[in-house]
Ligand binder design. Structure first.
Ligand SMILES: [Zn+2]
Ligand SMILES: [Zn+2]
Length: 757
């Protein structure tokens, strides 16, 4: 029997080689009709034999391109038009660009085979790609996604590539960045005054430099990496010195899963994450110590090659473990233009391996781990951005919503037609370069989706002095809404899951954020939902914070405010504490109540514990002291928790810190103390959760904020709440840290009519 039907496929099905795939199976099954990219996905009109149509539907699911993700397939009867063949139709275009921008993809297996095949046209060609793989977001200059709107516009096709690009049966049909050695860009090497050309030669030369312990800046997909031999302590030390990066861990790249398994313990879930389409840096428990790579850290960040060039470097004999770190100084944003790289990295890199294809925008590597409550993203960038992370109900997102995020670990979110697009990681807006990247990203998103400022609902943090807030005041949006930071953390989890009406107990723990009372919050409990708003129902006992947010830099300064409330403390100037002079200066500020701010920050509570345990120096990256406490605690066996009572809506830190200080003076093993502190925090928080959940009759608990990147805390909490009947939700699609704030702000803004915030 012959019939006709219309098939709608939704999900990630655009820019991932879906139409050529459909064309191929339809042609093989001798079905007629067409395929096109429509408003909500891919639409297919099929005419032909019933059984073949059925087979088509089976293969549509089972053979879909690797980068695609089918969410739903709808089939409805259609009128037969008597089509004779199957065609790919032009995209539908209504009032807004409908083709969603795909994240960048790792080089696919078929391209890797060609890369290794000596008789293939693209043998050893570092820019090989096809519709199933290669750059997307990092080459797009404008929509629609066509060759002239990409950074490949200056390389016209030769006949060979032209034929492939226009052949619907070819894997490179409409692969916008397609190129070959004859017509496409190449890599060159700049070492001092010398410039060397020829892909094969420069790759070989780079390998020699790396083997000799040199540092090479290597152009990748979304920016430059600084590469060196991770097994050479000298090279790693030089990298740290030149980058002004004292202690923050470096990520490494290895050629295969086998090699990764030599370095870190990889569970099945970890391997899944490591080899996922985003190819993130995976944090996993280290099996070996590579001197200087990840000091004071039990985890190692490992990633696999994702560009053809990276594969070629290993193929050509590069050191088996390469440090591959973002090319920048300290916490500046990653360099992505050649001029910027030459300018900023001279003095850091001994040589530059430069690819001629320009990078449209900077996109760092993403960072993820398999957490106690499932996969967790710590930095959401390459491979994930700018994919949609949530679908907002259209009734609440008729107008585009732009949310500017927080000042640290900034991202921005744009909600268009109900789809929430979260930008790549932008960084710390205090840095001039990062602030410029923030402005560029906003412009970029607005232009890409053709949004007019007068239509925008603008969401920003409630902190009056945040750079993002000041920037919001300059933007021409019709409507602007300030939103409280910790509610945005809770909202980010709910937005990811589309839980708009779900009543929850939200636990929002981090280092800092502007509270309703103008204080520095960071240990907050809320009850409510996105539609009803979130009421603050409990918090960490308030402490004084001398110097305000600046205290985050100095654990002993934060400690002064917390410890000022505790009686019978040992003398902290003496051993084993040996607090430096900064502590006393800070204590005086607290006593005189000068330049001192009220805080309920859990981040600063961890800093205080770190200081008492011996971390009395300045931190060199955000969250370092808390990470150190967790690291030290890993050495201990089972210990009794320190008391952390929950009384009248307050978690009282005084007994917790007092017990810690006394044990330390007694000379108890540091890892046991750290463990007793960690499990004490979990114990107190778990009791607060049980009590508040019962009082407010909720059974769903949301945990968000940077403190919940502490895996030991999550594991302890999970254990302590195991038999409580309470369900725990954390972030999965966006980071629990400030990288998720913009999504949460967008969700709060969408429901602003009802929300009490
Ligand atoms: Zn490919
Ligand atoms: Zn070509």
């Amino acid at each position: 029997m012959t019939s006709a039907c219309l098939i709608k496929v939704r999900g990630v099905v655009q820019g991932v080689g879906f139409r050529p795939f459909v064309y191929r199976i339809a042609s093989e099954l001798k079905l007629a009709g067409w395929v096109l990219n429509g408003e909500e996905g891919v639409a297919i009109h099929l005419e032909g034999d019933d059984r073949r149509v059925e087979e088509f539907l089976v293969r549509l699911k089972s053979e879909a391109p690797p980068a695609s993700r089918i969410v739903a397939i709808e089939v409805e009867p259609a009128t037969a038009n008597g089509f004779q063949k199957f065609t790919i139709k032009e995209s539908e275009r209504k009032d807004r660009p409908t083709v969603r921008i795909s994240p960048d993809l790792p080089v696919c297996d078929q391209c890797l085979e060609e890369l290794a095949d000596p008789v293939n046209r693209r043998h050893d060609y570092p820019y090989i790609n096809c519709t199933n793989c290669g750059p997307r977001y990092t080459v797009i200059l404008a929509l629609p996604y066509d060759r002239p709107n990409t950074t490949m516009k200056d390389w016209p096709f030769d006949d060979y590539c032209y034929r492939e690009y226009h052949d619907p049966g070819n894997r490179r049909f409409h692969a916008q960045p397609v190129a070959c050695p004859n017509c496409g860009p190449h890599y060159y090497l700049r070492a001092g005054e010398e410039t060397i050309r020829g892909d094969e030669i420069v790759i070989q030369r780079t390998v020699e430099l790396l083997k000799a312990g040199q540092i090479v800046a290597v152009k990748g997909l979304g920016g430059y990496h600084l590469a060196c031999d991770a097994k050479s302590a000298e090279a790693v030390t030089a990298m740290r010195a030149r980058k002004f990066r004292k202690e923050k861990p470096f990520a490494v790249m290895v050629a295969s899963i086998g090699d990764a398994g030599q370095l870190a313990e990889l569970s099945a879930e970890a391997i899944e994450l490591l080899t996922s389409i985003a190819r993130p840096i995976l944090l996993a428990p280290a099996k070996v110590e590579l001197a200087g790579v990840a000091p004071d850290n039990r985890e190692l960040g490992v990633m696999l090659p994702y560009t053809p060039l990276q594969h070629l470097l290993f193929e050509a004999g590069a050191p088996s473990v390469l440090v591959m770190t973002s090319a920048n100084r300290s916490s500046e944003p990653i360099a992505y233009t050649d001029e910027d790289a030459f300018d900023r990295l001279t003095g850091i890199a001994d040589a530059f391996l430069v690819g001629e294809r320009p990078i449209a925008r900077r996109v760092d590597d993403s960072v993820a781990r398999v957490g106690a409550l499932g996969p967790a993203i710590l930095r959401r960038s390459r491979g994930y951005a700018p994919g949609a992370v949530a679908s907002f109900p259209l009734a609440h997102a008729r107008k585009p919503i732009l949310a500017l995020g927080a000042d640290l670990k900034n991202t921005v979110t744009l909600v268009v037609d109900g789809q929430a697009f979260v930008s790549q990681h932008i960084g710390d807006l205090d840095h001039y370069e990062a602030f410029r990247a923030f402005e560029e990203t906003i412009r970029d998103l607005m232009t890409m989706y053709e949004i007019r400022w007068e239509d925008v609902l603008l969401a920003h943090d409630a902190h009056p002095e945040y750079r993002s807030t000041v920037h919001a005041s300059r933007l021409a949006a019709a409507e602007k809404i300030p939103l409280q930071h910790h509610r945005a953390h809770v909202a980010s989890v709910l937005a990811e899951r589309g839980a708009w009406e779900q009543k929850v107990l939200g636990v929002s723990f981090d280092g800092t954020g502007y509270g309703d009372d103008g204080g520095i919050w960071g240990g907050e409990f809320f009850v409510g939902s996105l539609v009803a708003g979130f009421e603050r129902v409990a918090h960490l006992r308030q402490a004084a914070l001398p110097g305000g947010d600046a205290a985050a830099q100095y654990p002993v300064q934060a400690a002064a405010g917390f410890l000022a409330q505790i009686e019978d403390l040992p003398n902290l100037t003496d051993a084993p504490f040996s607090f430096p002079g900064r502590y006393h200066t800070a204590l005086q500020l607290v006593q005189k109540n000068v330049r001192t701010f009220p805080t309920t920050s859990t981040g600063r509570l961890f800093d205080t514990a770190a200081a008492l345990l011996g971390f009395t120096r300045d931190i060199t990256f955000e969250g370092q002291a808390a990470m150190w406490v967790e690291h030290v605690a890993h050495g201990a066996g089972s210990v009794e928790p320190y008391p952390f009572p929950f009384v009248s809506g307050e978690l009282d830190f005084r007994p917790l810190l007092h017990a810690l200080a006394i044990d330390r003076r007694k000379g108890r093993d540091a890892s046991e103390i750290a463990r007793a502190f960690q499990v004490g925090v979990a114990d107190g928080v778990a009791r607060a959760i049980r009590s508040l959940a019962a009082d407010h009759r909720v059974n769903l608990i949301v945990l968000s904020g940077g403190v919940f990147q502490n895996e030991m805390l999550l594991e302890d909490l999970k254990l302590k709440l195991k038999d409580s009947g309470l369900e725990l939700w954390t972030n999965q699609a966006v980071p629990a840290n400030n990288g998720g704030i913009s999504l949460g702000q967008a969700a709060l803004a969408a429901f602003r009519g009802q929300a009490r915030c």
